[in-house]
Design a protein around this ligand. Structure first.
Ligand SMILES: Nc1ncnc2c1ncn2[C@@H]1O[C@H](COP(=O)(O)OP(=O)(O)OP(=O)(O)O)[C@@H](O)[C@H]1O
Ligand SMILES: [Mg+2]
Length: 216
């Protein structure tokens, strides 16, 4: 099982939206079973899941002190991916949590305030020593700040080629326990979520190749 942690100390950057949308996408793409886990006391992801009618993705309710054992149990019962939502804070809890990741996804809105906040998140992720992938979220059409954001983020690590745009269906779908691609399977949102998931899968494959090469 691969554990994907979506983290950013910046509030409102799109962590919960990405965890829910990606978990549904994992299942849609036939890459499941996907599980979600909410470690944020705000509980937004859990509320989304409670209002959801579909059976997948499944949600694990695990107290923080038992997370490592909880992930082992999910692995043993055949989970393919566990996507973990986190609170917007630099905390001991998040620092410990990040060490459990196979990949840390960091959403960043293309805005000066979000960019200034990125270095703190990056420092915390570096301490965990795990692969990271940035993803631009809530991007406005043709804004030059998006290109500037990519340039700055590239200095810290890999940036996903797929961008997530600012689109009303992302918010609307969540209030009904659904995701934007579930509202419209051929929409731009559906395309960009599928592209992002493809980028993330490629990250896992690249890692495997690197390990093989370094093993000789
Ligand atoms: N791509 C998008 N387009 C439009 N609205 C979005 C998009 N992504 C997120 N939002 C909206 O922005 C707000 C914040 O998103 P979300 O809750 O996913 O962020 P978060 O990082 O989990 O926030 P917090 O740090 O408070 O946990 C929500 O109202 C959500 O519906
Ligand atoms: Mg959230």
């Amino acid at each position: 099982m691969k554990t994907i942690i979506v983290a950013s100390q910046k509030g409102g950057s799109g962590k919960t939206t990405l965890v829910s949308h990606l978990a549904v996408e994992v299942e849609r793409a036939g890459d499941g079973p996907a599980w979600i886990l909410d470690t944020d006391r705000q509980g937004t992801l859990s509320r989304w899941h409670e209002s959801r009618e579909a059976d997948t993705p499944q949600r694990a309710d695990v107290p923080f002190s038992k997370l490592s054992a909880g992930l082992d149990a999910l692995d043993k019962q055949g989970a393919a991916y566990c996507l973990i939502d986190t609170a917007p804070a630099i905390s001991d809890q998040n620092t410990k949590l990040l060490r459990l990741a196979d990949l840390i996804l960091i959403p960043v809105r293309p805005s000066p305030a979000d960019l200034w906040a990125v270095s703190e998140t990056v420092e915390q992720v570096r301490d965990a020593g795990k692969p990271l992938l940035f993803v631009i979220t809530q991007a406005k059409a043709q804004a030059s700040i998006t290109a500037q954001t990519v340039a700055v983020l590239s200095q810290h690590g890999q940036v996903a080629q797929a961008f997530i745009a600012d689109r009303v269906p992302y918010a609307v779908a969540m209030t009904a326990g659904r995701t934007a691609p579930e509202l419209s399977a051929k929409s731009p949102a559906a395309n960009e979520i599928a592209e992002l998931w493809a980028c993330m899968k490629a990250c896992f494959h690249e890692k495997k190749k690197t390990r093989k090469v370094s093993n000789g």
